[in-house]
Design a protein around this ligand. Structure first.
Ligand SMILES: [Zn+2]
Ligand SMILES: [Zn+2]
Length: 118
């Protein structure tokens, strides 16, 4: 087994180079087999050592939440805006949407948030 650092020839089975002390073998993350640092696939299980040496993809933190969704429709709105320009249609619908909008503050935040003092 030749050292990748200094080129010394080492007895097989050595983990570190006899010439420079560099690491000669890398334990397979899958089976623990001692592979040479320049070997691409594990001699014990065939795992792709280049791939398994890469850092694992970061785990996305997920959270389960209960949400309440309110769907509403303005009766006949499509007929009202069908022949209008987008800006004109928005001008017609905006006042309705503003009046019907519901504050979307989470209930938990509403009940636990301290009262703001001015
Ligand atoms: Zn060496
Ligand atoms: Zn292996």
């Amino acid at each position: 087994m030749q050292c990748g650092q200094c080129g010394s020839d080492n007895r097989s089975g050595r983990r570190f180079c006899s010439g420079c002390g560099a690491l000669l073998t890398v334990a397979c993350p899958g089976c623990g087999f001692a592979n040479a640092v320049d070997e691409k696939f594990c001699g014990g299980c065939g795992t792709d050592l280049a791939v398994s040496a890469l850092p694992a993809a970061p785990v996305l933190e997920t959270e389960r939440k209960y949400v309440t969704l309110l769907f509403a429709d303005i009766r006949g709105s499509l007929e009202i805006i069908a022949d209008r320009d987008p800006e004109e249609a928005q001008a017609v619908l905006d006042p309705v949407l503003e009046r019907s909008s519901v504050r979307s503050t989470p209930l938990a935040a509403r009940s636990t948030a301290p009262m703001a003092t001015a």
